[in-house]
Ligand binder design. Structure first.
Ligand SMILES: [Zn+2]
Ligand SMILES: [Zn+2]
Ligand SMILES: [Zn+2]
Ligand SMILES: [Zn+2]
Length: 748
């Protein structure tokens, strides 16, 4: 046999013994009207030994304090014993989590719906120190007139000086009045942004700010058509067109060199496409090409990864690998190479993740100009990439940018000679030791190595009206004073919030620790070690709440009191027995009450309980006797019956369990045999079967009925063996019988 069965088998008789002993004492109390200390010890289970550990808190033992708190390593889902980390979590977010590691660690930008390509571009602009300096040199009164500039400067100031690890880009984006619901083309966005800024900045009186967009990003091209006969260029060829970015094809092209070749490709105009030369005054063969006239300090290269498919009128993303060099020499690409060395360094790679054109995610890898360190900007989060734009072949880069694998290829003679096609592009990007390959890059930024815009880096010495504003902006990157103050305030607020949180957290965890110690300490001295010591009763409900809640309520023993203000025997299972020391600690700390000590068992309730027990026992005994008589009536072995009762009712009565007192069901032994006129129902009526019971049984039924429904005698009409059946009911029944008979006859 399995152990639990054996145990429960052994346990039951012991409990019964205890119950028997208690009944014995109650009978004695009923008989003598006296209660001794030993009686109370037995009846209130005080005698039970201190529980040394049970699975659930035992209600039968007032000396059991098990299960009130979890084990030393355990925890609960809520309250005082919840995991400390969860309690701290419930305090709300820790503002210090928003703190930047240091101001050398760039801040991220929050993503407002479909603006993450905007975030990428804003980070590129911010990370360009010349542009940043330009923005910081905008005079404050112009800011007031130009919300776009105001918000941009504020955004940059935050990226520069805020202690927050990410900054809201939304206020700036809002001033641009873009439609957030639509993913715009990032190329459209850059064009729109630069022309808007150029327009706004043109109002600046500060030269450092006024032309910063043109100075940094503007280059020029011309579309040149040359007559093959006279060698002269067309008139339109001298027209210079500005550009802020070069848009290059990537479809079918493998590298930046190939794309530049494609862009500057010389087109032959002959046959149908012949050109009319003004000088020759006739249609002649000619060539047409784009000529790079001048290149900007920051060369933005858009890669046309997104192509329009005329057949399906949809856009498609080209996901083929495309390589580009760390170092880009554009000297030979210029129409007039005499402008000097034009060597560019890769400064940013903008990446579109995802295959769909109109959705996906934009991130940017940008180089810090000062340190050469590359950073990945992914909206709010910024991570270090090292000195490689795609990370140092780290596993992180491999897994996160599975499509953008770093491929620092060292070009050597072998690859050049074996791939003749590539040769022109390979040589064009001369001095290229390192190239990178990406399937997702859609924009590249290259910075001119020896930028000519040095004037921006010189301190401003002039009669500027806002001299103070610029005073701090020399070659450093200081925020202008009017923004600096706001940044300081915002940082102070954040610092304050962090300190407040820290204090609150410390206070909370100190409180929790203190409370836990208190609960453990009080519970450790809670058990009363002997029956002679003074003790106090405590409501188990309150004790449980006190042990489980971070902030317990006032001590409340009223739920275990009887109407005499004492602890009745019936409430012992809802109370525990505390040592005087433990009680004093709780009572002085939590007040409330009332105190229920050794002498506060309820005598009145005990005597009442004793009386009920005895009367219950005597009722049970009597009823057992009556049951035997009833059974003999039902089996037809009773000849001295004098009172009628319903047969069906009697059958039910015999089946019912014998309790200490009659129940509701014991009412109405004659109800089913009583007709609507209050007479004895004719026996042929349905459900009116009756039996004669002896007088002592009838009187027992009658007493029970009166006990249960003392004020309603009508419920128990009495019919003796001499009672007549109701004549009216008899007539009605025989009429019905006659009708049925005649119906049966006519039916035949
Ligand atoms: Zn226990
Ligand atoms: Zn010509
Ligand atoms: Zn009482
Ligand atoms: Zn009747």
């Amino acid at each position: 046999m399995s152990r639990p069965t054996t145990r429960s088998k052994n346990k039951k008789p012991r409990l019964d013994n205890n119950a028997d002993r208690s009944s014995e004492i109650l009978r004695k109390i009923h008989a003598l009207g006296e209660i001794t200390g030993d009686d109370v010890n037995q009846l209130y289970n005080i005698w039970k030994p201190v529980c040394l550990g049970c699975r659930v808190n035992s209600k039968d033992n007032p000396n059991c304090f098990c299960g009130l708190i979890p084990s030393t390593t355990g925890s609960r889902k809520s309250g005082l014993w919840q995991k400390m980390s969860e309690i701290v979590h419930a305090m709300g977010p820790d503002p210090s989590q928003d703190l930047r590691d240091s101001l050398d660690f760039p801040a991220g930008l929050t993503n407002l719906g479909a603006t993450c390509y905007a975030n990428s571009i804003l980070q590129c602009l911010y990370m360009n120190t010349s542009f940043r300096r330009g923005v910081f040199s905008i005079e404050s009164d112009l800011m007031k007139q130009q919300p776009v500039l105001n918000q941009l400067a504020w955004l940059f100031a935050q990226l520069h000086g805020s202690k927050r690890s990410f900054v809201e880009s939304a206020p700036f984006i809002k001033t641009l009045e873009l439609d957030n619901g639509v993913q715009q083309d990032s190329h459209e966005f850059l064009t729109l942004l630069l022309s808007l800024l150029e327009r706004c900045l043109s109002h600046s009186r500060n030269p450092a700010a006024r032309t910063i967009v043109q100075d940094l990003f503007r280059g020029s091209v011309s579309h040149v058509t040359t007559c093959s006969k006279c060698g002269k260029d067309s008139e339109a060829s001298s027209k210079i067109e500005d550009f802020y970015e070069l848009e290059l094809n990537v479809m079918g092209l493998k590298s930046l060199g190939e794309s530049l070749d494609d862009y500057l490709n010389v087109e032959e105009l002959n046959g149908e496409n012949q050109y009319f030369c003004d000088s020759c005054s006739e249609r002649v063969d000619a060539t047409r090409s784009i000529k790079l006239r001048s290149l900007p300090a920051v060369l933005n290269i858009q890669l046309k990864r997104c192509v329009f498919l005329p057949k399906t009128t949809t856009k498609k993303k080209i996901t083929s690998a495309f390589s580009f060099p760390r170092e880009l020499d554009m000297t030979e690409r210029l129409s007039d190479p005499a402008q000097g060395d034009l060597v560019y360094d890769l400064s940013a790679v903008l990446i579109h993740k995802g295959t769909a054109v109109n959705s996906g995610h934009y991130i940017a890898h940008i180089k810090d100009e000062k340190t050469g360190q590359w950073w990945e900007f992914d909206d709010e989060s910024v991570s270090k990439l090292g000195c490689h734009p795609f990370g140092e072949g780290s596993s992180k880069t491999m897994s996160r940018d599975s499509q953008t694998e770093p491929s620092a290829q060292t070009s050597n003679g072998d690859t050049k000679s074996s791939n003749a096609k590539k040769q022109s592009s390979e040589t064009a990007v001369s001095n290229t030791d390192e190239t990178f390959s990406s399937t997702d890059a859609y924009m590249l930024m290259y910075n001119l190595r020896h930028s000519k815009i040095n004037r921006l880096e010189k301190p401003i010495n002039g009669n500027s009206a806002d001299e103070d504003d610029f005073a701090s902006i020399s070659n450093g990157n200081s925020i202008p004073p009017y923004l600096s103050e706001e940044i300081s305030n915002s940082n102070a607020t954040l610092t304050e919030a962090c300190q407040q949180y820290k204090l609150r957290k410390e206070k909370e965890s100190d409180h929790i620790t203190e409370r836990r110690q208190e609960v453990r300490s009080v519970l450790s001295e809670a058990p009363v070690q002997s029956c002679d010591e003074p003790y106090f009763w405590i409501s188990m409900n309150w004790l449980r709440e006190w042990a489980d809640n971070i902030t317990p309520s006032v001590l409340d023993n009223t739920t275990v009191q009887c109407l005499h203000g004492k602890l009745p025997m019936s409430k012992v299972s809802s109370a525990k027995r505390l040592s005087a020391e433990a009680w004093l600690k709780l009572f002085t700390k939590y007040n409330g009450g009332p105190a229920l000590g050794n002498q506060d068992y309820c005598k009145d309730c005990l005597i009442d309980a004793a009386r009920k027990l005895v009367s219950g026992e005597s009722y049970r005994d009597r009823r057992k006797l009556m049951k035997e008589i009833a059974e003999s009536v039902l089996s037809g072995n009773c000849s001295d019956g004098t009172y009628y009762v319903s047969k069906a009712w009697l059958q039910q009565w015999v089946k019912r369990k014998v309790l200490d007192a009659p129940s509701e069901a014991d009412v109405g032994p004659t109800v089913p045999i009583c007709c609507p006129h209050g007479q004895l129902m004719p026996e042929q009526a349905s459900g009116a079967k009756r039996l004669l019971v002896p007088e002592n049984l009838w009187l027992f039924f009658y007493e029970d009925a009166v006990k249960v429904k003392s004020d309603d005698m009508v419920d128990c009409p009495t019919f003796t063996m001499d009672s007549e059946q109701c004549s009216q009911c008899s007539n009605e029944l025989s009429e019905v019988a006659c009708m049925e008979d005649s119906l049966r006859l006519s039916g035949l």
